[in-house]
Design a protein around this ligand. Structure first.
Ligand SMILES: O=C(O)CCC(=O)C(=O)O
Ligand SMILES: [Fe+2]
Length: 362
């Protein structure tokens, strides 16, 4: 089945098909924080204001959010409610297109400009996810589906605006790390015409037994930052202090999380956060995320300024493109891709020893 939405709309479902039954959804419900701690809220208008005192307080809050949560809400970001609503409407209309229209984009390759499908990687997923997706590479080159007809205009504006928000947030994050405001944007060429931005829209149709299925299992995102919004339905949960916290976004806010490349760049100071999407039996949920990263050919490694003064680099460097390929080749699971980059001193020591023995022998 190409689409879980089609499956649900066929109208014959009263229970979750066995290949969608996710083992541990129910068992870890008790891990939810009973009284969720408050997710940090960043007022973007203050972050970008000219009042140095207010600005530095907000930067401190941003640093705290990255350090303690890897997750925060952004309010007063300047992206109009109208644009956000249009973006949600157009994306919903895309998912409402006929199967035949959508199949035009049913690619299997990561760098297909536009790709829609179901689950994460159905060829390797052991359990299918209760989720259809649309992935569009929107920068450096804006790709846009030809249908619905108004989609490309809204997409262009929305992606431009979210890129601007990401760039400002990265300035604040740089300062919170004790670096120059332009540090991340310049070193990682996030502001350049070649920076990479991927839009991922997730459609989670209503599910007859939501406790048995999973929209997106626990995972971390690949970029520096992901900026996410949703239609009226909740379902995002974030791992905080070992427990899942359900997120209720403030009206018109963006949900932002730090990704794997933020963790690599900051040498593990700002970690990528595990999150997941649960499903419900009431109405379809739509979320739209944009992942912001460097140009695809950039090798991201811990910033020398943060891995200096006796602090060893915790990760090996990798080309952004190769990391994306690594993630797509696997099933979506925890931080398994990042684990590949953890600097292994034991392996390094063995290599050195081996080299030393060889040199001594010849
Ligand atoms: O649907 C959500 O709230 C989360 C989406 C997400 O984590 C993703 O697309 O990577
Ligand atoms: Fe995610």
């Amino acid at each position: 089945m190409f689409s879980v939405k089609e499956l649900v709309e066929s109208g014959r479902l009263t229970s979750v098909p066995v290949n969608y039954i996710f083992n541990n959804t129910g068992s870890d419900l008790h891990c939810m924080l009973p009284q969720p701690e408050t997710v940090p809220v960043i007022d973007f208008s203050i972050l970008t204001s000219h009042d140095p005192d207010q600005r530095s307080k907000t930067i401190a809050k941003l640093g705290f959010a990255c350090l303690e949560w890897g997750f925060f809400m952004v309010i007063n970001h300047g992206v109009s409610e109208m644009l956000r609503d249009e973006m949600i409407r157009e994306t919903e209309s895309f998912f409402d297109l006929s199967g035949e229209d959508k199949r035009e984009y049913a690619g299997t390759k990561l760098f297909d400009p536009i790709r829609c499908g179901t689950s994460f990687n159905p060829t390797v997923d052991k359990t299918l996810l209760w989720r259809d997706f649309l992935k569009i590479h929107v920068h450096p080159h804006l790709n846009a589906p030809s249908k619905p007809s108004g989609f490309s205009k809204v997409l262009r504006e929305y992606c431009q605006k979210t890129r601007e928000v990401a760039i400002e947030l990265l300035k604040g994050i740089s300062v919170s790390l004790g670096l120059d405001p332009s540090y991340i944007n310049e070193k990682m060429r996030v502001e350049s015409s070649k920076s990479h931005q991927l839009l991922v829209a997730n459609m989670y149709p209503p599910c007859p037994q939501p406790e048995l299925a999973m929209g997106l299992p626990p995972h971390s995102d690949h970029g520096f930052l992901t900026i996410l919004m949703q239609n009226g339905m909740d379902g995002l949960q974030v791992m905080h202090k070992g427990k899942w916290v359900s997120i209720k976004p403030l009206p018109n806010s963006f949900l932002v999380n730090t990704g794997d490349h933020m963790e690599i760049l900051t040498n593990g100071k700002y970690k990528s956060v595990l999150h997941r999407a649960v499903v419900n039996n009431k109405a379809a949920r739509l979320s739209i995320g944009t992942a912001h990263g460097p140009p695809l050919d950039t090798i991201v490694r811990p910033a020398t300024e943060l891995a200096a003064d006796g602090v060893d680099p915790a990760y090996i460097g990798i080309k952004y493109r190769n990391y994306l390929e690594l993630q797509q080749s696997k099933t979506l699971s925890g931080k398994s891709c990042l684990d590949h980059l953890v600097f292994r001193y034991d392996i390094l020591a063995t290599t050195f020893l081996f080299h030393f023995i060889l040199c001594a022998a010849f």
